[in-house]
Design a protein around this ligand. Structure first.
Ligand code: NAD
Length: 296
């Protein structure tokens, strides 16, 4: 396969690395010289623009921060749609709103190019290990065509429905995750204030009905989950600003269909506050800091 990879950051860099390790030819582009250098060191071919990267490509993978970057890469001045071979397949793995990818997919039809969405879960650890879950929004034929390349970067490839539904799945999952993390933080902080040992409290929660991924695998209280970001000063996790972005996507999508999401709106404000206090790059479990009130 000839693969172009656009967006070689924390996630994309590791994903492209796995394609290279599997012996694929990968042409890459990123705005960051550091990301490009790491890609070159791993054996990738560095290109000077998105259009140059896709010239040889049968398949394009994009992994970009937000919708505006995805629009720019596909439809902008140096956008890739006009430069792609007819019949090529583009898989956008960024977390963005469903409408943006649906618009791009519709625009791509004029170039006989297939564009689908495949946002991921599994974080940077899953990206490095090649164990990501891909949530694919595509018609059945396109979904089948994604298998060969996605299986080199992940272990679960789920067909969610038509274009945009991968994003719907991702947004809803992260809405629940953002709320559940805040709920665990609230419970842990209250317990500590009321005098129970946090370790004992976590033990009870994790064998009771409050148990969830946020309490068990990624507990926000330091030292409870040894491998969690909370146990390393909230470093190297899923950044609070990315959770804030995803909650914003959920609130926006809910507004489009006039669906109330009460708790999502509330925790969005909590993460907003956390980010404004200079913690945007800390793991989102640092939301517990909003609850650790200094006593007079
Ligand atoms: P990142 O900021 O580390 O990487 C994004 C890369 O895109 C950067 O290297 C940046 O230079 C590059 N870029 C921006 N604009 C560009 C353009 N116009 N052309 C080419 N390159 C451009 O972000 P990340 O952590 O890799 O996240 C990427 C996406 O994956 C986001 O949508 C995020 O929400 C999603 N995601 C991240 C995680 C995680 O744990 N980090 C988990 C799941 C999903």
């Amino acid at each position: 396969m000839n693969i172009a990879f656009i967006g070689l950051g924390n996630m994309g860099g590791a994903m492209a690395h796995n394609l290279l390790k599997a012996g694929q030819n990968v042409w890459g582009f990123d705005l960051s010289p550091k990301a490009l250098q790491q890609f070159a060191d791993a054996g990738g071919v560095v290109c000077q623009s998105p259009q140059a990267a896709v010239q040889q490509a049968d398949i394009v993978i994009s992994m970009l921060p937000a919708a505006k970057h995805v629009r720019e890469v596909y439809l902008g001045e140096d956008g890739i749609l006009v430069a792609l071979k007819a019949g090529s397949l583009c898989i956008d793995c960024s977390t963005i709103d469903p409408k943006t990818i649906q618009d791009i997919s519709a625009a791509a039809l004029a170039y006989q190019v297939n564009v689908c969405d495949a946002p991921v879960s599994g974080g940077t650890i899953g990206a490095q290990a090649g164990t990501l879950t891909f949530m694919v929004g595509a018609d059945a034929e396109t979904f089948a065509a994604t298998q060969a390349v996605l299986s080199l970067m992940g272990k679960n490839i789920v067909h969610c429905g038509d274009v945009g539904t991968g994003q719907v799945a991702k947004i809803c999952n992260n809405l629940i995750l953002g709320i559940s993390m805040a709920a665990v933080a609230e419970g842990m902080a209250l317990g500590a204030q009321l005098g129970i040992d946090p370790q004992a409290l976590a033990g009870v929660i994790n064998s009771s009905s409050g148990r969830c991924w946020s309490s068990e695998v990624c507990n926000p209280w330091p030292g409870i989950s040894p491998n969690a970001p909370a146990s390393r000063n909230y470093q190297d996790g899923f950044a609070a600003q990315l959770m804030l972005k995803d909650l914003g996507l959920a609130v926006e999508a809910a507004g489009q269909v006039k669906q109330p999401i009460v708790l999502g709106g509330l925790v969005q404000q909590l993460y907003q506050q956390l980010c404004l206090q200079g913690n945007a790059n800390l793991d989102f479990s640092s939301i517990i800091q909003q609850y650790l009130v200094a006593k007079a």
